[in-house]
Design a protein around this ligand. Structure first.
Ligand SMILES: [Zn+2]
Length: 66
């Protein structure tokens, strides 16, 4: 006589809730996927305080003697 233990029922697979929550950009309304943008609620190009196309022109003096 062999007695085998009854197989345990498989645990239900649950999706992580934070991944299911849809976060959209507050500026343009596009869905955000990367954690940093989701945290800020702004897309990479819509964050306030940052200017992605900012160029700083620095006046450089010509080196003397060249
Ligand atoms: Zn945006």
């Amino acid at each position: 006589m062999t007695s085998r233990p009854a197989p345990e029922p498989p645990l239900p697979v649950e999706e992580p809730e934070r991944l299911a929550v849809r976060v959209t950009c507050r500026a343009c309304g596009r869905p955000l996927h990367d954690p940093e943008s989701r945290l800020l609620r702004y897309g990479p190009g819509c964050r306030p305080g940052t200017d992605p196309v900012r160029r700083h022109d620095v006046d450089q003096d010509a080196l003397p003697g060249l």
